[in-house]
Design a protein around this ligand. Sequence first.
Ligand code: C5P
Length: 232
Amino acid sequence: MTNAADKIIVALDVTTKEKALDLVEKLRAEISFFKIGLQLYTAEGPGIVRAVLSTGAKVWLDLKLHDIPNTVGRAVESASHLGVRMLTIHLSGGSEMIRAAIAARADSMLLLGVTVLTSATERTLREIGIYDKVEDQVLRLARLGTEAGIDGVVASPHEIKKLRAEFGNKIKIAVQGIRPSWAEPGDQKRFMTPRQAIEAGADYIGIGRPITTHPQPRDAVSKILGELAGQI
Ligand code: C5P
């Protein structure tokens, strides 16, 4: 059985390697999966990925790649060499780009596709010439990804049910926009609690600020694990 803690991925959205490794050290006893996104990767480069991996933890490298197929393929190859467990690409790059990414990845690495960013609205889609509802565009891109062989998608927790209904367990679903019941929503508007997201069918839940800006990040993790176990 999967342990609830195995589903939680802590987003290391901090400015320096020191801050990131301090969080990893504080949380490592309970958390074994960390996300490194554009902010930290741009500041510290692959060294921070190697440093987190050297603790024995897994890394989700959230670079949301989107470029010509050859360039994306070569970047996926580099991430495979680093040894990350999960990497993201934008599915809106099209099927040729998605297939190039899949062909280049190591067997040990899950390739997840971003459908529509959770920050996007119908207005955002209209600006780029898409006149469908966000939800329809999410499903269209998820179909494109699964037909090309993607391992999973990154979605808003509110999209889990529709994705599961259409794709069953063929794909992994990672969600963000998660707020424990006790946390401040901040700029998150359409959030779910960790427990609601897992009950809706998420395989992985990425959580950042409720843990990373908590005065005692370890206590925040314990409270979340307690909530998942139904103790809170
Ligand atoms: O909001 P929080 O700090 O928990 O965000 C954690 C991660 O989730 C961030 O790295 C961000 O990339 C992602 N995120 C998202 N959609 C949102 C808010 C955050 O995908 N609406």
